[in-house]
Design a protein around this ligand. Structure first.
Ligand SMILES: O=C(O)C(=O)C[C@]1(C(=O)O)C=C[C@@H](O)C=C1
Length: 114
């Protein structure tokens, strides 16, 4: 019997060991990314409800500017392309804002909730 995790069932048997190992690492990182994104969206859903409660707008461009500046620095330090880091954050935040807008629109008294 092979050790647990030694072979991935969806990998062809003739894949060289080094490539198989690298793909295992990639799969683990992708899984971590999915879990982290799920947690981030769970948190931003709460923020969306809070903002709707407080009557705050879905987007906060000044906050986004601070996030971009911070992430670009982190990316540079980590050897990641800062342009990519900025695009990645922008892609996520765009989706978050859409969720915030949906939450606000479903509030009682708004046109979308009637
Ligand atoms: O911090 C907020 O106010 C949020 O709504 C969260 C968040 C984000 O996803 O990081 C999303 C939209 C805002 O424009 C800024 C940041």
């Amino acid at each position: 019997m092979s050790s647990p995790g030694a072979h991935r069932s969806d990998e062809p048997v003739d894949v060289p060991d080094q490539l198989r190992a690298a793909r295992q690492t990639i799969d683990n990182i992708d899984a971590a990314l999915v879990h982290m994104l799920a947690e981030r969206f769970r948190c931003t859903q709460q923020v969306g409800h809070l903002k709707a409660d407080l009557g705050l707008p879905p987007s906060d461009p000044e906050r986004e500017q601070r996030q971009v500046a911070r992430l670009r620095t982190l990316a540079q330090e980590a050897g990641l392309d800062p342009v990519f880091a900025e695009k990645f954050l922008g892609f996520i935040v765009e989706e978050v804002i859409r969720h915030h807008e949906d939450i606000a629109a479903r509030r009682p008294g708004t046109a979308a909730s009637r």
